[in-house]
Structure formats: C-alpha cells, structure tokens
Write a protein that binds this ligand. Structure first.
Ligand code: SF4
Length: 322
C-alpha cells in the first residue's frame, strides 16, 4: 500500500465556445465548469454528484486534461499538470487513469480482452511484450476474470465482466489516481455492488486515490469518503459522507436525496421535489444558478452569487439561507 497520492483542484474553469446560431450572432460560451475547487486525501474516494448536465463529467475530464481547462490548477502529488508540456503530460499519464461509464463503447469490439488491457502498456511503452502479456494475466486475476479469457472479444462477456476489463485496463500502468466516470450507471443493480466492491478492494490493496463521478446518491453514499454536489458548473455543497447524509443543508442536495427511494415514511426530505430540467450552461441563471428551481428562493438569490462557506466541521454550503 502506498497511500501517498493527493489531488488538489483549485478554481478550475472549463468554458467552451460553440457555434453561432446565425452569422451575425455573438459566439456563445458554455460554462461547463465554473470555479470548482476540492482536495482528495491520499487513498480516499471523492465523489462528484449531480444531475446530467451539471458539469461533473467535464470536471473529471478536465482534471485529467483529456479536456483542456480554461484556467485553474490541478495538482497531483504537488505537480500542477495544467502547467506540463504535452510531452511531460504524456509521461505523467501512467499515474492517472480513467474508467468510463459504458464499457462496451469504450473498447474496440474487434480487439481481444487481453489486447484491450495491454493497450496502455503499449502506448506508454511499459515493459517488454513478454512482461506486458504476463501483466495482462495478472490483471485478469486481480479483477476476478480467468487468464484464458484474454482471448475472448468484448461481445463474449457480460456487462459486469466488460467493466472488469475496463478496470483492469485502468490498473495496467499501476496508476496512483483513477477517475471513475459513472462506472456502474450502465449496469444492473446487482452487478453494480460487485463492481463497487471490486473498486473498494483494489483501492485498499494498491492505495489508489479515486475521483468518483455519479448521478446516484445511493452509489456515492456506498463508496465515497467525501462528496461534492454540483449544479451548473459550480459546487453547491461539499462534506464528508457522514455529515452530508446526516446533516444535509443545501436545497438542491435535499432534492437529490429526496429522489432516492426509501422505506422511511418519516423522511424529512420527502417534501422537496425538483421541478423542470437543469437550465442551459450556455445561459445560466444569474446569482444562485439554482434559483429558478429552488423552493426557498428569495429576491436576492437571483442577484447575488452565494459563496461556498463552512457551516459545520468539514461541511461547506453555497446558499444565502444556510
Ligand atoms: Fe435557493 Fe437562494 Fe439558497 Fe440558491 S441561495 S439555494 S436560490 S435559497
């Protein structure tokens, strides 16, 4: 176990220019990530949660520089990867890997499982071909598959097994930090817990640090040590798991929690329900982005941006009324 790889994201912004609606229109900007900051302790799991379109996946891709951030810094063990040249970044990639949501679309259907897992070793030039093949067999065992399954193609595996192949591929270069981008969303509930348990076991065994992206509060509660809730490119609440679920503060987080099925008829959260969709990040509402859907909104909410303030030990909230 190494447990030494910390991640520090500071004021990260990723803005995109998109096509003009017509020739004389101004070129619109999408504010996908708009000033996001968080830290992940070595060997821990930090969750980013929110509805689809809230910017959590763009944050994940920006943290790895798979999408180029507009500004801000991402320090991995003290190295700001936003300042690295293309060449240095390529060398640094062995330390940070990603597991995508849909295992089938993230693998070539005409490539065997063994070759899929070997890909990062080939690209990053790690080991001789013989060592790479030995490593593939070792990785198959680590994720609960058999060495002879390296010769099978993606369609010959179940959804859960395909995600195990993706986990093995991410583990291949022996990384320190893995971004898990909705890794269980495409799987049946019964299989989800197997993959979550696998990720937890590998974290223990190899001291991995995870950034875990999900829209599912129950999933982040299961696996994350700390959680940040995102809405339209900003973090609205951030806390350790216990504090977030026992002492939820922000109206948006309350609404997300109220949407989780529960057998508790006395749940204090059942009155909160979200209306409408997330507004466009091209034209986010003024002030608090959430004011157009917030059941508690007041006049100043549409005028002033609420700051993320500490309200409890290890618990921060961005709301004028908290
Ligand atoms: Fe709702 Fe206002 Fe708080 Fe935003 S600042 S969450 S609109 S009460």
């Amino acid at each position: 176990m190494k447990y030494e790889y910390s991640v520090k994201v500071d004021d990260l912004r990723t803005h995109f220019k998109v096509h003009r609606p017509h020739l004389f229109a101004e070129q619109p900007t999408v504010y996908a990530v708009d000033g996001v900051s968080f830290e992940i302790e070595p060997g821990k799991t930090f969750g980013l949660v929110g509805e689809s379109g809230c910017g959590k996946s763009t944050t994940a891709l920006s943290v790895l520089r798979l999408v180029e951030p507009t500004s801000g810094s991402v320090e991995l063990n003290g190295v700001d990867i936003c300042q690295l040249s293309e060449n240095d970044l390529r060398n640094y990639r062995r330390h940070m890997q990603i597991i995508f949501q849909d295992p089938y679309s993230s693998m070539n259907p005409r490539t065997t499982a063994g070759e899929i897992i070997r890909t990062p070793l080939r690209i990053l030039k790690i080991g001789t071909p013989k060592e790479q093949h030995e490593r593939v067999e070792e990785l198959l065992g680590l994720v609960g598959l058999r060495p002879e399954q390296k010769n099978l193609y993606p369609h010959q595996f179940s959804g859960g097994q395909r995600q195990r192949i993706c986990v093995a591929r991410a583990l291949a270069p022996n990384p320190d930090f893995i971004v898990c981008d909705e890794p269980v969303s495409a799987l049946d509930v019964a299989i989800q817990s197997q993959i979550l348990n696998l990720l937890a076991r590998l974290q223990q065994e190899f001291g991995l640090t995870y950034l875990f992206i999900s829209h599912d509060m129950a999933v982040v509660q299961h696996i994350c040590d700390e959680i940040a809730v995102m809405y339209l490119g900003r973090i609205v609440e951030k806390a350790d798991r216990r504090s977030l679920f026992l002492d939820v503060q922000h109206p948006y987080t309350k609404a997300l929690l109220a949407a989780v099925p529960t057998t508790d008829n006395n749940s204090k959260l059942s009155f909160v329900s979200l209306k409408g969709d997330v507004p466009s990040p091209m034209d986010p509402p003024s002030g608090c982005h959430f004011h157009t859907r917030c059941p508690m909104a007041e006049t100043r909410c549409s005028k002033e941006i609420p700051k993320l303030r500490q309200v409890l030990p290890n618990h921060w909230v961005a709301c004028h009324l908290v």
